[in-house]
Ligand binder design. Sequence first.
Ligand code: UD1
Length: 349
Amino acid sequence: MLMAKSILVTGGAGYIGSHTVLQLLLGGYRTVIVDNLDNSSEIAVRRVKELAGDLGKNLSFHKLDLRDKRALEKVFASTPFEAVIHFAGLKAVGESVQKPLLYYDNNLVGTITLLEVMAAHGCKKLVFSSSATVYGWPKEVPCTEEFPLSAANPYGRTKLFIEEICRDIYSSDSEWKIILLRYFNPVGAHPSGYIGEDPRGIPNNLMPFVQQVAVGRRPALTVFGTDYSTKDGTGVRDYIHVVDLADGHIAALRKLDAAGIGCEVYNLGTGKGTSVLEMVAAFEKASGKKIPLVMSARRPGDAEIVYASTHKAEKELNWKAKYGIDEMCRDQWNWASKNPYGYEPPKSN
Ligand code: UD1
């Protein structure tokens, strides 16, 4: 019998990671998660295992920080990995401005350690979570993969630097096969409502905030900027269902098997722009909840309109997002209403 391929997923307990791990298991892959649980919960890992049914037996988990090289070595010594999907990293823009060294240490040192250990064990296939943040304030839309890159804050710089590091290691050693995935705005949750996004503290991103207003944890959504040159004055983004995004990783893994892939970059988005007010309206429709709004000034560093060109991923990965914003909001609400406090409800006194 053919042994299933083993994939290492860093940050696999997190929002995008947990959804991707589920798709991997359902696709027949053996999966090992390493995660330091800094902004994630082991309950997510348990739930992914349950959702995968019989295939859940192919999942294992190690609580581990990527900067702990010895611990990481042990994981690689115990399992030969076909490839690594690297999600682990800090991602709050504001925090990165306050604590740049924390971001450089965690994201850059963590990644460099991972790449060193991979090379030492002859595992040279990588899928990396990059972000549309590397397009900065794009001069035009849709953003194609060839656009000039820039970063407006330390978080964004870590994504940009890691992309450059990947290009450099491929130039130095053509055995590496690397796919950099630039995510647009992942939202929604698995349709079961069993796993979803559960950020610690005050959410930075739109939909986790909207969701917390809907369940009564926060009084109102602050709309950052109503004077953009957009259809209704609010910022426009390319929201993508997290399950579509997860499937994009399976497509990338398949692509890594192709000859001569080198170091390639793909956008994962839908190619459609949606404003803040349109997103709120879609969520209100899906949830039947009114989201009170406070109109406010622009958030520093925010771009006006960002959405993806999806041609390259469609053509070369044979992948295309299936879901629209109604499904994203339906599944976001399903998760929120079943888990109003995320994975770990507050203890009553
Ligand atoms: C943000 C980050 C980006 C990061 C991405 C994923 C900034 C400047 N950019 O992108 O670097 O890669 O998250 O983590 O933080 N909005 C509100 N009220 C809110 C929150 C957001 O009106 O409380 C608006 C924003 O102004 C924007 C849209 O909603 O127009 C989406 O915001 P958000 O979800 O934070 O994503 P990005 O800004 O695209």
